[in-house]
Design a protein around this ligand. Structure first.
Ligand SMILES: NC(=O)c1ccc[n+]([C@@H]2O[C@H](COP(=O)([O-])OP(=O)(O)OC[C@H]3O[C@@H](n4cnc5c(N)ncnc54)[C@H](OP(=O)(O)O)[C@@H]3O)[C@@H](O)[C@H]2O)c1
Length: 320
């Protein structure tokens, strides 16, 4: 038995490595060819039914405009109805065939069931489900004053993607539709003050990778997007604080973004929709040339000039 074990210990890594050496170039070549073909055979979105959660601002709003330009029918979800209506009007102007705005909270399962069923009742099908809604965390784990803060973040940024998917899955199977997931680089690149958010994004990333295996070709596919910093309300300081309340604090932006480069939401949305219609499994968005000043106007008064702000941010990070 020991002899067999020693033999396997030697044999298996050698065979595994050799197989990898042979298969890797072949798979890379296949992927390149598939990517090239996907640019030619992009999915047409004209008249297709696209449901987007978190469409009242930021990445979700811009993603709605990109689908609108392709002539899709849009169902927009968020809690602020007034903002949704403004986005809906703009979508019509940009070419959407029809738009519905539904006020709903993705952390509530019943709301998710309702908006998926309303969509299918109204339009008869669902082609793309864009799971985008999310909320940022803005405190160190040890600073938390109430564990309800964790549930708020998790219920929106993880269950808020799983519930709509649960109710949409049969419809997506029928239409060979696609799920688009806005995860984050935080799925695999942890940053301080975001422990529960990072965990929710990692869980979402893993959940949808697993679902892709489980569902295989029974749906059109799953595109998981992992943006880095992108301009949005979240990046302007909106976050869940240590008491579990959603608040806006510009200084939060300085702590979490600091001098790091930030991509335009429009560019991010273009990449999301391009990745979706071309059937990509992953779309990573790191930086596109956003020359907006994202460093610390609010904190200048507190800590002096921009350089001091950056030093302050860096020191904050070094201490962690
Ligand atoms: N900005 C970045 O740097 C960045 C980077 C990586 C990943 N992401 C991800 O991108 C997604 C979009 O965020 P964003 O940056 O565009 O931020 P944002 O401007 O704050 O947008 C968040 C959207 O989610 C909606 N939302 C929040 N909680 C909700 C709930 N309980 N039910 C329904 N809708 C809800 C908000 O609408 P209401 O408040 O009206 O409900 C809003 O439309 C998030 O999943 C975020 O984690 C962002």
């Amino acid at each position: 038995m020991d002899l067999l074990q020693s033999f396997l210990n030697l044999f298996v890594p050698v065979v595994g490595f050799s197989t990898l050496l042979i298969l890797w170039p072949a798979l890379t070549f296949r992927n390149i060819v598939m990517r090239m073909l996907s640019t030619v055979f992009e999915e047409s979105m004209r008249g297709k039914i696209v449901l987007i959660t978190g469409a009242s601002s930021g990445i979700g709003e811009q993603t709605a405009y990109q689908y609108a330009k392709k002539g899709a029918v849009l169902v927009l979800i968020s809690r602020r109805e007034d903002k949704l209506r403004t986005v809906a009007d703009k979508c019509i102007k940009q070419g959407a065939m029809d738009v519905r705005a539904i006020r709903a909270d993705v952390s509530k399962e019943e709301d998710c069931r309702r908006f998926v069923e309303d969509t299918v009742h109204q339009y008869g099908r669902l082609d793309h489900l864009v799971n985008n809604a999310g909320v940022l965390q803005g405190f160190l784990f040890e600073e938390a004053q109430d564990t309800r803060a964790f549930a708020t973040i998790w219920n929106i940024s993880f269950w808020g993607l799983v519930y709509p998917t649960f109710y949409a899955i049969d419809h997506l199977k029928r239409s060979k539709g696609r799920i688009v997931v806005i995860a984050s680089v935080a799925s695999w690149l942890p940053q301080p003050r975001m422990s529960v958010y990072n965990a929710a994004k990692a869980a979402a990333f893993n959940f949808f990778d697993t679902l892709r295996i489980e569902l295989g070709p029974r749906i059109g596919g799953i595109t998981v997007v992992t943006p880095a910093f992108v301009e949005s309300e979240m990046l302007m300081g909106k976050h869940v604080n240590k008491k579990g309340e959603v608040e806006w604090r510009e200084e939060q932006r300085d702590l979490q973004v600091g001098p790091a480069p930030v991509a335009y939401a429009e560019e991010c949305a273009k990449a999301i929709v391009r990745g979706a219609v071309r059937g990509y499994r992953r779309e990573g968005i790191v930086v596109s040339g956003n020359d907006k000043e994202y460093s610390a106007e609010a904190s200048k008064e507190e800590v002096g000039d921009t350089k001091q702000v950056i030093d302050h941010v860096l020191n904050e990070r070094v201490h962690l």
